[in-house]
Ligand binder design. Sequence first.
Ligand code: AMP
Length: 362
Amino acid sequence: MKIGVLGSGQLGRMLAIAAYPLGHQMSFLANSDKEPCSCLGVSYISSENSNAFDDLAKNVDVVTYESENTNVNIVEDINKKTTVFPGIKSLYISQHRGREKALFNKLNIPCAPHQMVNSVEELYMAVDKIGLPAILKTATEGYDGKGQFVINSKTQLKEAWKSMDGVETILEGFVDFKRELSLIAVRGADNSHAYYPLVENTHHNGILRVTIAPAQNISSKLQKKAEQYMRSILDEMDHVGVLTIEAFETANNLVVNEIAPRVHNSGHWTIEGAHTSQFENHIRAITKSPLGDTDCNHKFCAMINIIGEHGAVDKVLEVKNAHLHLYGKDERKDRKLGHITLTADTINDLEKSLAALEDFMP
Ligand code: AMP
């Protein structure tokens, strides 16, 4: 099939790398000809061609997107010309924190106490209702911890509101969590489902740095609970493709933070670590093919992000069971330039490899 991706970054690149062995052809909507997907298919460059979206839509069988911040109106237009997976509902809900929370409430999925806030007066009222500490977040466009203000005292309210620059926001109660987990799953157009194991994520300055897969010490009850939440979200949105849930593990529960209607950084380990990667499964789902097995190839995996500068990447190639992925991006502060997957069959081996690569950790 001819697959079009709205976006041309590392997620599109890894989707393409998974799609070619299955015989598909790839096209991308790009900003320039120097992006991670350049040379991996046909690029429709929006800065040079005002009809780029239209041209892409006319020349592919199915369109998918790399980011939940994709304009819904544009995707609706594309959807008049060709199939879009995941559908508009998935995109519309997951690009707005208020809509996500409304979905969680509807499906009885635990999430942080929250209140939409559109003025400083509303912020005072929301803090009275929710209490402190709390986090004020922009309702849309937030990523990697951007557009957030942690409020510990009422003296910070004016400053917190000012930092949001007048946009629609949501106040969330601060969740006292043990660790951050995510669950990645895929739903086929025929309503089939497949789930990867819960993984543990460590962030630094709001950016994911390390994923441990599977997360250790997860009871089968917690995995099942996460899968139930996932299934209800997938089915409610009639989602086709990969979906990610980011959650907090608390003393005795799972509190869902947000969803992403796409392949996710915390799932990059699946390229070497699972029978079918998240990328291949997304491609299978959107091309209406059978889903692939999500079981792990190894007992322990880790994923380390390469952020800002490449560092001594040659050293990675000397580490046993380390797999290097570079995205072809220029160095820039906080930019995701690549990742490393480690696979191991004992926790000792995993720890040894992690220690050998500690220069890549914050
Ligand atoms: P987000 O953009 O919602 O993924 O938030 C970025 C990071 O901020 C998360 O990975 C958490 O570490 C932290 N965070 C977000 N929301 C909350 C919350 N309600 N309570 C505690 N920590 C949070």
